[in-house]
Design a protein around this ligand. Structure first.
Ligand code: F6R
Length: 633
């Protein structure tokens, strides 16, 4: 959550900091701030709300200096008000800190600082940090040490062990304008190497326009940056040497093209996401080709998947596929719940973490816990086997897990996940086919579910047709959903119904609508409505029913009838259906195998939510209270 940037070099820092923050705004956008140093003074500007407010302040007041830090915030501690915006300063106003993460022991630290006479100006957890560093600097200055870059570094290094939690931070000090200190502990931070200047940021989009040479920091590391170079230290204070890496491709640059919103552009990019996936992983002549080591598959008896939000919905489709195609018992957990109530350990388990950003704290913490408890058993049958599915292989997830599947969807800026969801689904189709192929003819637990190679091949060849199907579907439904949006002008509740493999898609439809249109929505298994929620239905509650021919088609149609009998307005996501009078509105689907249908049914879900929110004039790409990557638990 939150985005931090920091720059040191030989040109004015503020414009570059603002530019970096603009690229990171998707990480949080309830307030923003920058602090630069020049002439022995700190120049700090903050503004509540979007970055444009901060830019306006900068136009008015300026912020001189060639070294500075910046922050765009998603509130965790303290309301989204200007006094809680970063940077936070020490009592003298000479030292400034920006932080992304959470300092879990901030209350204890605050109380002991207050006992020493420190006054706090904000409600944030971060404000303890500048005060602690200032005390450390004072103690060292009192002992005769002169202000210097090394003094600042030593003070930060002395304070970090006192901070519990996950964080990335950057510090500047008015008395030492030629030094910038940054640190990382379980929250992302990358250093970009320019010519005679260095830019640090929470994520690559802030760096991509500046440099392609980057140095991702590791957990526990601290760096001292001066215009002359980087000194990198591990948590024990030992100097670390690491070779920078290169950012490749254009996928790191955010560009809306001619679309009104990033979300719409990203929905339209899905045929391309699918085409790339097919080209990479479904070559003609082979069933499926995933870049995974054989050790991912060998001897797996069970699979557990940990994820949050939309990624969890992809995981639920994944579990369906892994069970139905490959016959492997698979469970899906909310990552945020798993860590505090993990199931008993069972042998030969594959644990999959799904996170498009690769930075979701809940998912990372759950995976790390699973890894630790399995390692501690020292029994090969229980050894951790962790696979990550992500759009950001360079992320913290990439460093945590032993095996990684990159969905390769390119940068997604809209806070509501769309093309990365499709990418995650495709990863699961690939994985389920790969497991099913390897299990042909096996008996006993984890045996093949009986799908013959010919059946699997038929599925793979239908998957190869997906880009074309998606192209037509996105195009047609964009228009249809735009026309439908006005029907929802006064709607307060919507129910999404699905069954079987499309139940997670109903939940995804509801989540998309909630997060960008602020309309209350529920995704429900269609057959469960009669056990309670049907009481909610009347003429004011539209019902979106996903009805795909296959195992549950007739059942879903009768569940839809039940809703219609309660006067609900019925929107069908279905192929032309036998009872043409059933749905008030039909969002038609092409005929497809039921197993592949989620790849199609999700498109009208996304477009309906998008157009309803856009019709209401809402900020689709940056909905209230949300952020693109949730790096706090
Ligand atoms: C919804 C959405 C969120 C994320 C969730 C997990 O559109 O984007 O629900 O899916 O915060 O994020 P990742 O996939 O980055 O772990």
């Amino acid at each position: 959550m939150c985005g931090i940037v920091a720059l040191i070099g030989s040109r004015e820092a503020a414009p570059q900091l603002l530019d970096g923050l603009r690229q990171l705004e998707y990480r949080g956008y309830d307030s923003a701030g920058i602090a630069t140093v020049e002439g022995g003074r700190l120049h700090c500007l903050k503004a509540e709300g979007k970055l444009v407010n901060l830019s306006a302040r900068y136009e008015q007041h300026g912020a001189p200096g060639q070294c500075g830090i910046g922050h765009t915030r998603w509130a965790t501690h303290g309301k989204p008000e200007e006094r809680n915006a970063h940077p936070h300063l020490d009592g003298s106003g000479e030292l400034a800190v920006v932080q992304n993460g959470i300092i879990e022991n901030h209350r204890t630290l605050r109380e002991s600082l207050q006992a020493e006479g420190v006054t706090f100006l904000s409600d944030t957890d971060t404000e303890v940090i500048p005060h602690l560093i200032a005390l450390e600097l004072k103690a060292r200055s009192d002992a005769g040490e002169a202000a210097s870059a090394n003094l600042l570094l030593a003070a930060v290094q002395a304070v970090l062990p006192q901070l519990h939690g996950a964080y990335a931070l950057a510090v500047v000090w008015a008395r030492c304008p030629g030094a910038l200190v940054v640190a990382r502990h379980q929250a992302p931070l990358l250093i970009g190497l320019g010519e005679g200047e260095f830019l640090c940021a929470s994520d690559t989009p802030a760096l991509a326009g500046f440099t392609r040479t980057i140095l991702p920091m590791e957990d526990g590391e601290v760096a001292l940056l001066t215009p002359l170079g980087i000194e990198l230290y591990d948590s024990a204070g030992q100097r670390v040497q690491r070779t920078p890496t290169l950012l490749t491709g254009t996928e790191h640059v955010a560009d809306k093209r001619s679309f009104r919103h990033f979300m719409l552009k990203e929905i339209h990019e899905q045929p391309e996401t699918a085409a790339l996936w097919v080209a990479r992983h479904l070559p003609e002549g082979a069933l499926v080709a995933l870049p995974l080591d054989e050790s991912v598959y060998t001897g797996v008896e069970r699979i557990q998947i940990l994820a949050c939000g939309t990624s969890r919905h992809a995981a639920q489709v994944g579990a369906y596929l892994l069970e139905q195609l490959a016959g492997i018992p698979t469970s899906v957990f909310y990552a945020s719940e798993f860590r505090y109530a993990p199931p008993p350990l069972t042998p030969h388990m594959l644990t999959i973490g799904v996170t498009q950003s690769g930075e979701t704290a809940d998912t990372l913490a759950a995976l790390a816990m699973e890894q630790e408890r399995r390692q501690s058993l020292e029994d090969p049958a229980y050894a951790p086997r962790l696979l990550g599915i992500t759009n950001r292989p360079e992320s913290s997830l990439g460093r945590l897990v032993g095996h990684l599947l990159d969905i390769g969807a390119g940068i997604e800026v809209g806070v509501a996940a769309t093309k990365t969801f499709l990418g995650q689904l495709l990863a699961f189709y690939g994985l389920a086919l790969a497991f099913a192929e390897r299990r042909q003819g096996q008996d006993g637990p984890g045996a093949s579910s009986g799908r013959s190679i010919a059946e699997l091949q038929a599925l793979a060849s239908q998957l190869r047709q997906l880009p074309g199907l998606l192209q037509a579907l996105v195009h047609d439904h964009d228009q249809r959903c735009a026309e439908l949006a006005h029907l929802f002008a006064d709607t307060q509740d919507v129910i999404f119904l699905g069954r079987g493999i499309n139940y997670p898609i109903a939940m995804e439809g509801a989540l998309k609508l909630k997060e960008i249109s602020y309309i209350h929505a529920e995704g429900y298994p269609a057959g469960e409505m009669k056990h309670g929620p049907i009481a909610l239905l009347d003429a004011r509650v539209p019902v979106v029913s996903i009805a795909v021919p296959g195992t549950v088609f007739d059942k879903v149609l009768s569940n839809a009838q039940e809703a219609k009998a309660r006067d609900a307005q019925l929107i069908g996501v279905a192929p032309a259906c036998p009872d043409t009078t059933l749905f008030d509105v039909l969002l038609p689907l092409p005929e497809t195998d039921e197993l592949l249908s989620p790849l199609l049914t999700v498109i009208p879900m996304q477009l309906l939510s998008y157009h309803i929110a856009a019709h209401r004039g809402l900020d689709v790409d940056q909905p209230r209270n949300l952020a693109k990557s949730v790096t706090v638990e």
